[in-house]
Design a protein around this ligand. Structure first.
Ligand code: NAD
Ligand code: UDP
Length: 341
C-alpha cells in the first residue's frame, strides 16, 4: 500500500476540503470520496485550484458498501480520514435514525473495508460535544465524557468506541480520534470555506451571512450565563490549523510514532472566547457593524467548553497558530467570494 496516499471521505465538505489541501501541501496523495449530500463540487474544485493537483474524486455513498469497496479496489491508499457524516445537532434530535444510519453505517463500512483490503491508519472526526457540560475546564482527553444530549453527539461517542474496540481487536489497524472544538474561518485564498445549506445553525456562518445582508439580525443566545460577559464560551479553532492537525495525526501513524494503537487528541486553541468577543472581533477586523440582538438561551447549549491542548502540542507536535483576527477576516473574505460581493 502507498504510505503517502490518503482517502478523505467527506472530502468535498468544509473540514475535508481544507484537510485535502494541507495533505497535498505536505506531500501526500489524496483521493476524495463524497456523496455530495451536504456539499457540491466547488469544494473539490477549490482544492484542485489551490494545489494545482487534479485530485481524484469519487461520488460514492460510504453507506453503500459495495460501491464504497470499489474505491478500496481502485486506489492504493494506506490511510483514511473519515469526515463523512451528518452534523446538524437539532436535526439529529428530530430524526435520530437518519443520523444513526448514516454516521454509524458509513464508519463501520470504513473499518470493515480497511480490514478487508489491508489498510492501516484511520483518523476519525470526533467532537468536543463528547465532553458535554464538563465538571472541570479546560477539558483534557482524560475528562470524562458526558451522556450525549443529541443523536449526533451519540454517534460521535459510539464511533469513538467502535474505533477503540476495533483497534484493540484487529492488530492491522491503528486509529486516532480528533476531538474538534469549534472550527471556523476559511482558507486564506478564499477559494474554499464553509457552505451551510439553509439557515446556518453555527455562529460564524450566521455572523457572515448577517453581514452580507442574507440574514437580518444575529441572535445572541443568552447574555445571562455565569460568564464574565454573560454569553457562552467556546474554543474557536481556525480551519487551516485544524486541517494541519490531521496531517500531523496521519504522519504520526505512518511514521509509527504513535504510543498506543488508539489515541485521542483535543484539537483547539486552548483559549475561551465569548460570543460577544467573537462578534466584536469580527466587527473590528472587517471594519463593519453587525446587526445583532440578545435572544433567549438556546436549548441544549453548554455554558463553556475549551481545550487543554497539551497532549496535541507535545505528542502531535501541533499547535494552533493563526490568530483569531485573521480567522475572522478569512470568514468574511469567503462569504464575500461566495456571494460575489
Ligand atoms: P460537511 O457537511 O461540510 O462535510 C461532511 C461531508 O460528508 C459532506 O461533503 C457530505 O456530503 C459528506 N457525507 C455525508 N454523509 C456521507 C456519506 N454517507 N457518504 C459520503 N459522503 C457523505 O461537515 P464538516 O463540518 O466538514 O464536518 C466533517 C466532520 O467533522 C463530520 O464528521 C462532523 O461531524 C465533524 N465535526 C464537525 C464540526 C464542525 O463544527 N464543523 C465539529 C466537530 C466535528
Ligand atoms: N450562537 C448564537 N447565535 C447563533 C448561533 C450560535 O449566539 O445564531 C452561540 C451559541 O449559543 C453558542 C456559540 O454561539 O454559545 C457557538 O455555537 P455553535 O452552534 O456555532 O457551536 P456549538 O454550540 O456547537 O459549540
Amino acid at each position: 500500500m502507498k504510505k503517502n496516499c490518503v482517502l478523505v471521505s467527506g472530502g468535498a465538505g468544509y473540514i475535508g476540503s481544507h484537510t485535502a489541501v494541507e495533505l497535498i501541501t505536505a506531500g501526500f496523495d489524496v483521493v476524495i470520496a463524497d456523496n455530495l449530500s451536504n456539499s457540491d463540487m466547488s469544494g473539490v474544485e477549490g482544492v484542485r485550484r489551490i494545489t494545482g493537483v487534479d485530485v481524484p474524486f469519487v461520488n460514492v455513498d460510504c453507506c453503500d458498501r459495495e460501491a464504497f469497496a470499489e474505491v478500496f479496489r481502485r486506489y492504493d491508499f494506506d490511510s483514511v480520514i473519515h469526515f463523512a457524516a451528518y452534523k446538524a445537532v437539532g436535526e439529529s434530535v428530530a430524526d435520530p435514525m437518519k443520523y444513526y444510519r448514516n454516521n454509524l453505517t458509513s464508519f463501520m463500512n470504513v473499518i470493515d473495508l480497511m480490514r478487508e483490503y489491508g489498510r492501516s491508519n484511520i483518523v476519525f472526526s470526533s467532537s468536543a460535544t463528547v465532553y458535554g457540560e464538563a465538571d472541570e475546564l479546560p477539558v483534557t482527553e482524560q475528562t470524562p465524557r458526558k451522556p450525549a444530549t443529541s443523536a449526533y453527539g451519540n454517534t460521535k461517542q459510539m464511533c469513538e468506541d467502535i474505533l477503540r474496540d476495533s483497534v484493540a481487536a484487529y492488530s492491522s489497524l491503528k486509529g486516532i480520534a480528533l476531538r474538534y472544538f469549534n472550527p471556523v474561518g476559511a482558507h486564506p485564498s478564499a477559494l474554499i470555506g464553509e457552505l451551510p445549506r439553509g439557515v446556518p445553525q453555527n455562529l460564524v456562518p450566521y455572523i457572515t451571512q448577517t453581514a452580507a445582508g442574507i440574514r437580518e439580525c444575529l441572535s445572541i443566545f443568552g447574555d445571562d450565563y455565569p460568564t464574565e460577559d454573560g454569553s457562552c464560551l467556546r474554543d474557536y479553532i481556525d480551519i487551516v490549523d485544524l486541517a494541519k492537525a490531521h496531517v500531523a495525526a496521519i504522519s504520526r501513524m505512518v511514521e509509527q510514532k504513535n504510543k498506543e494503537r488508539y489515541e485521542v487528541f483535543n484539537v483547539g486553541t486552548g483559549r475561551a472566547v465569548s460570543v460577544f468577543e467573537l462578534v466584536r472581533t469580527f466587527e473590528r477586523v472587517n471594519d463593519l457593524k453587525l446587526n445583532y440582538k440578545v435572544a433567549p438561551r438556546r436549548a441544549g447549549d453548554v455554558v463553556a467548553v475549551w481545550a487543554d491542548t497539551t497532549l496535541a502540542n507535545e505528542e502531535l507536535g501541533w499547535q494552533a497558530e493563526r490568530p483569531l483576527d485573521e480567522t475572522m477576516r478569512s470568514a468574511w473574505a469567503w462569504e464575500k467570494y461566495v456571494r460575489k460581493l
